[in-house]
Design a binder for this molecule. Structure first.
Ligand code: EPU
Length: 428
């Protein structure tokens, strides 16, 4: 079993380049199905979720070429099925974006019920509510594939019961070619929603209001193939910001949109970390102690839930008692047990975790229980005394491009252990 092995104690210094946003790419790649011609997608992160989506499109008949590790050329014209292959589709939650895209292309879609990171119940009722409003019916088949279809996709007013990224994007995809006007109210406002809307508009769609809570989509008949570059990954950037702060380092984080990082910068500053903003970079440095801080996750522009485990590591070594309130997912504190094994003092009660700062963490064997939890374990390993081994790294590889290479360049002592070796005996 592959593991990351980290010897803690090194201070991160230097520069790191942030990759394209995973959560934008996982929607943009299925959205290519709407084009009448080939698309070239640039700044695609080299992560396993992108590989899975490329494989799905390829199995559906599209011509898919990685021009280089971050540039994908896709010709969707040869696709002749509305069915997402179940084995591949089941490997990632984002494959549900094929439903919206296939509805636009064929007025019908069949895809596996979504999987993904385990944060408790992850329903798709709001996606289905939106599809129904657009004139679709759906049923779940025996093989756990969901089938959605319509005779006549028609624009509608849709008020989402909660702010959801997935439903906002999926309804946007399904409505792009629907007749008339669709209005999504209480829409999510994450940067990747704006990016997907920009991609669709570049192809010829008529979407306005993305980035606000009301998105208007006027149906068009054709979308053309385009070249498009994915925005920088807000969460990858935030992860390196926290890693720099945790190690007491000084890191210039390049190829970012500082505006997207404001909620993260604000919390770091509250904790005594220095954050300098440039046009497309942020510099994060810390010399003094970390101060306690309360954090509540919220939909954008609030503090992102996808940064919750990483900031949790910082709170675990801050002076005093901090409160972390997870407001988006029902159960996103599974990493806490792993962090406690490294010496953190944390009590979880429902959606609230209380962190009593400790002086130091101790290295040991831990698991990446999901993608961001895995990133948090790496940060914990960077500051812990001794050696940390992180198992189940496939979760991390879903969303972080070359994390070992990037951290090594910053001075971290981390490597990928492919097979158990003698060094493992020293872990602990
Ligand atoms: N929800 C419903 N019904 C729905 C949809 C969502 O009740 O039909 C609830 C969820 O259970 C959750 C909340 O609404 O409590 C928000 O869910 P949302 O739909 O926004 O999440 P998602 O689209 O499934 C995306 C990201 C997640 C990120 C969330 C929130 C992708 C592929 N995933 O998930 O990213 O946590 O938005 O920002 O874009 C990650 O990257 O580590 C990750 C998990």
């Amino acid at each position: 079993m592959e593991k990351f092995i980290i010897r803690g104690g090194n201070v991160l210094k230097g520069e790191v380049n942030i990759s394209g946003a995973k959560n934008a790419a996982v929607a943009i790649i299925p959205a290519v199905l709407l084009a009448d011609g080939p698309c070239r997608i640039e700044n695609v992160p080299d992560v396993s979720d992108v590989g899975i989506l490329a494989a799905i499109l390829s199995e559906m008949g599209a011509k898919v070429d990685f021009v280089d590790k971050n540039t994908l050329e896709i010709d969707p014209r040869p696709v002749d099925t509305h069915v997402v292959p179940s084995e591949l589709g089941r490997k990632m939650r984002g494959s549900y974006y094929f439903i919206g895209a296939l509805l636009s292309r064929y007025s019908r879609a069949e895809a596996p019920l979504p999987g993904g990171c385990d944060f408790g119940v992850r329903p798709i009722d709001q996606h289905l509510k939106g599809f129904e409003a657009l004139g679709c019916t759906y049923n779940v088949k025996e093989n756990a594939q969901i089938e959605v279809s319509s005779d006549n996709l028609k624009g509608a007013n849709i008020y989402l019961d909660m702010v959801t990224v997935g439903a906002t994007i999926n309804i946007m995809l399904a409505a792009v070619k629907a007749k008339g006007l669709t209005i999504i109210e209480n829409a999510a406002r994450e940067p990747h929603i704006v990016d997907v809307a920009n991609f669709l508009n570049t192809m010829g769609a008529n979407i306005s209001g993305a980035g606000t809570d009301t998105i208007k989509i006027r149906g068009v008949q054709h979308l053309k193939g385009v070249t498009y570059s994915v925005i920088p990954d807000q969460i990858e950037a935030g992860t390196y910001m926290v890693a720099a702060a945790a190690t007491g380092g000084d890191v210039l984080i390049k190829n970012v949109t500082p505006k997207h990082l404001e909620s993260i910068s604000a919390k770091l500053e509250e904790m005594g970390v220095r954050v300098d903003e440039y046009d497309d970079a942020v510099r994060v440095s810390r010399t003094g102690p970390l101060k306690k801080c309360n954090v509540k996750t919220m939909p954008h522009p609030g503090f992102p839930t996808d940064m919750q485990p990483q900031i949790g590591v910082l709170l675990s070594i801050a002076n005093g008692t901090s409160i972390l309130n997870e407001n988006v997912w029902e159960n996103r504190f599974r990493y806490v047990e792993e962090l406690k094994r490294m010496g953190a003092r944390i009590t979880v009660n429902g959606r609230i975790a209380v962190f009593e700062g400790v002086k130091e963490l101790k290295g040991g064997p831990v698991k990446a229980v999901d993608l961001r939890a895995g990133a948090a374990m790496i940060i914990a390993g960077l500051i812990a005394k001794g050696t940390t081994s992180v198992e189940d790294i496939r979760h991390i590889q879903r969303g972080y491009e070359d994390i070992v290479g990037k951290l090594t360049k910053l001075g971290a002592d981390i490597y990928l252990q492919k097979k158990p070796d003698s060094k493992e005996a020293n872990v602990g």
